[in-house]
Design a protein around this ligand. Structure first.
Ligand SMILES: Cc1cc2nc3c(=O)[nH]c(=O)nc-3n(C[C@H](O)[C@H](O)[C@H](O)COP(=O)(O)OP(=O)(O)OC[C@H]3O[C@@H](n4cnc5c(N)ncnc54)[C@H](O)[C@@H]3O)c2cc1C
Ligand code: SF4
Length: 585
């Protein structure tokens, strides 16, 4: 039987490339038909979630010649048709389905949280792409808090270098924090918010990075245009200047024969009588249930949906959830402190006229014995558009009615900076299955219940960090400064570790309990530093792809576990990664 058929072209709306090729985005240039495997075909790899990590895995593994299907609960975005440069029109980029939140400091879930659709959260991310620092991988050894990672900075460093070229990342030629390094593309020009950060930091003698690191093109590359500075990055960047795996990795995956089964919600990972994963059960867009056979299963569904799926996959021998013999599944969920500090200036700032992400400082990143807390924080530009800003002003100033209207009339005079602070991993911060009768999704699956509570170290860090950002804002010349408490970037909840007793998976994301089942996304992080997680998530995914390729036969057929570090396969980078003439003005 022919395993390829074209009953599901990319919405059927695309035509063969024509002489108007240069007007098309990378998705529109993909030649149909796309591959489609039948459920009864046993593919090499099934990836659950084609987001930041899933997109990279799909690309690497398909380029290496494996048969791979990426299951994605959300749609396959047609960037021309589905994306708009408009705040309220971009709400459906998010995972808006029911989730239950709780704990003493409940996290806001839903819009402005995790993504749903091919590209996942990399579609709506602001694309700040700092690396983790070497200290992040050994916080317990250095500072006596959290846990150490089962890998070192040196192990991930080659993948940082690759991903920074694959996206690619714009930033200064010399970046001083963590292990100093430079970026392949020139930094971006400053917007009004960046100016305030630079001005405030300079006045206070704080080092600051202008123009990146951010995965936004500062010069055109291949079929992608440079940034046009209209500030709709969190609304997905319709023009394609901002990196998302939908733009950077998925096109190459499809060209190499990968299949993306969009609007397909995986409900359970199937375990056979030998204790191995043999495929995934999923619901298609019409709610019909299917089973897809696979030799390896990788879960890349985000720090909430990954533990939810593993918990929903409980079965004989795994009664408390799949890969949960350690009892750590769902636990040690982390969010970063994401307080927004807004300042009003007499002069015009025009926050919207630049990518929100374009300047930052990591001067406060490391533990400082002079402070009363361990670890630290970064300060970054945020630059909210009007709807987000209005919500922040309601929370920060308590304004409503005429007061809110008056504040919004001044929108162009406001600047907004973000604290990005390292909250430590705590066992009680966790994802569980909601037990209420109404707490199920449209397929009848229990939804996630997320509990979050700050501890003393976290509170002290937030207090100090928030005051420091307010000081920077005042030093920049703000005449009024207010702040909103919030959180950003959920990671953890299926952490990697050293042994089957302390974690869900090993340092390559391979679960301790099921030899051919991997977890690879932000949920594997044991700690989170004060760097935005997206670059590290994608670097870890590329490394796991190399590992799977090195250990392929033993993963598919054997039971032994070899943790030897695989060779870095640069040959698997998407075409154009090492293109010469990289502009660095
Ligand atoms: C407003 C905003 C701004 C951000 N800005 C930055 C930034 O500047 N820099 C940065 O580094 N990070 C940023 N982030 C965070 C970043 O987007 C995430 O950390 C990252 O995308 C997480 O990657 P992931 O692979 O873990 O999951 P995701 O990218 O969320 O991918 C998971 C995918 O799995 C799919 N999925 C889940 N469950 C299932 C299932 N059962 N079946 C099928 N599919 C499923 C989801 O639909 C989703 O597409 C931002 C986040 C937000 C909300
Ligand atoms: S500011 Fe640049 S990266 Fe952001 S949406 Fe506009 S073009 Fe895209």
């Amino acid at each position: 039987m022919n395993p390829f058929h074209n009953d599901q072209p990319l919405f059927g709306a695309f035509e063969e490339p024509t002489d108007m090729l240069h007007h098309l985005g990378s998705m529109q240039k993909i030649v149909i038909p796309r591959r489609r495997w039948r459920d009864e075909d046993e593919v090499d790899v099934a990836i659950v979630g084609v987001g930041a990590a899933g997109g990279v895995l799909l690309q690497r593994l398909s380029r290496a010649g494996l048969s791979v299907i990426g299951f994605e609960a959300g749609p396959f975005w047609d960037t021309e048709r589905d994306w708009v440069s408009d705040e309220s029109g971009s709400r459906n980029l998010y995972w808006n389905d029911l989730r239950i939140t709780g704990g003493e400091h409940p996290l806001a879930l839903g819009s402005n949280n995790s993504g749903k659709g091919v590209g996942g959260g990399s579609v709506h991310w602001a694309a700040f792409t700092p690396r983790f620092h070497p200290s992040d991988f050994e916080v317990y050894t250095r500072d006596g808090v959290g846990v150490d990672w089962p890998l070192s900075y040196e192990e991930i460093e080659p993948y940082y270098e690759l991903l920074e070229r694959e996206m690619p990342v714009a930033g200064p030629a010399y970046y001083p924090w963590g292990k100093p390094h430079g970026y392949p593309y020139a930094p971006h020009p400053m917007g009004g918010v960046g100016d305030t950060l630079i001005k405030g930091c300079t006045k206070l003698g704080i080092g600051v990075s202008a123009g990146g690191p951010v995965a936004i093109l500062s010069a055109s590359r291949g079929d992608r245009p440079h940034c046009i500075y209209r500030g709709f990055c969190i609304q997905a960047c319709k023009v394609g200047a901002k990196a998302s795996t939908l733009i950077t990795h998925v096109p190459d995956a499809l060209k190499n024969g990968a299949e993306i089964r969009d609007e397909s919600m995986v409900s359970r990972i199937s375990i056979n009588k030998y204790g191995r994963a043999d495929g995934v059960v999923y619901f298609d867009r019409d709610g019909r249930e299917h089973f897809q056979k696979a030799r390896i299963v990788i879960v890349s569904g985000y720090a909430i949906e990954t533990p939810r799926l593993l918990l929903n996959s409980a079965c004989a021998g795994h009664e408390y959830g799949l890969a949960n013999s350690s009892g750590t599944l769902g636990k040690y969920l982390m969010a970063q402190a994401g307080n927004v500090i807004a300042g009003r200036f007499d002069e015009l700032i025009r926050m919207y006229k630049a990518p929100p992400a374009h300047a930052l400082t990591e001067e406060f990143y490391e533990t400082d014995p002079k402070r009363d807390f361990a670890r630290g924080f970064a300060v970054q530009t945020v630059g909210p558009l009007p709807i987000a800003f209005a919500k922040q002003m309601v929370a920060a100033k308590g304004v409503w009615g005429w007061g809110l209207r008056r504040t919004m009339m001044d929108y162009n005079h406001w600047s907004a900076l973000g604290l990005l602070g390292e909250i430590l991993p705590w066992e009680e911060n966790r994802v569980e299955l909601a037990a209420g009768p109404d707490q199920k999704d449209r397929f009848g699956l229990p939804v996630a219940k997320v509990s979050f509570t700050l501890h003393e170290n976290d509170k002290r860090m937030i207090e100090f960090g928030k005051n420091k950002v307010m000081e920077i804002m005042r030093a920049a010349g703000a005449v009024e400064v207010v702040q909103e408490s919030r959180y950003a970037h959920l990671v953890g909840a299926a952490r990697m570790g050293f042994t089957a007793q302390d974690s869900v998976c090993d340092k390559f994301g391979r679960t301790w309990d099921v030899n051919n089942l991997f977890v690879m996304d932000g949920s594997v992080m044991p700690t989170q530093g004060s760097a935005n997680p997206g670059l590290t998530i994608q670097a870890l995914a590329a490394r796991t792809a190399d590992y799977i390729l090195s250990q392929k036969d033993s993963i598919m057929n054997g039971q032994q576990r070899d943790l030897a570090v695989p060779p870095v396969r640069k040959s698997l980078c998407p075409p154009g990664t090492f293109r010469s003439g990289i502009p660095h003005f």
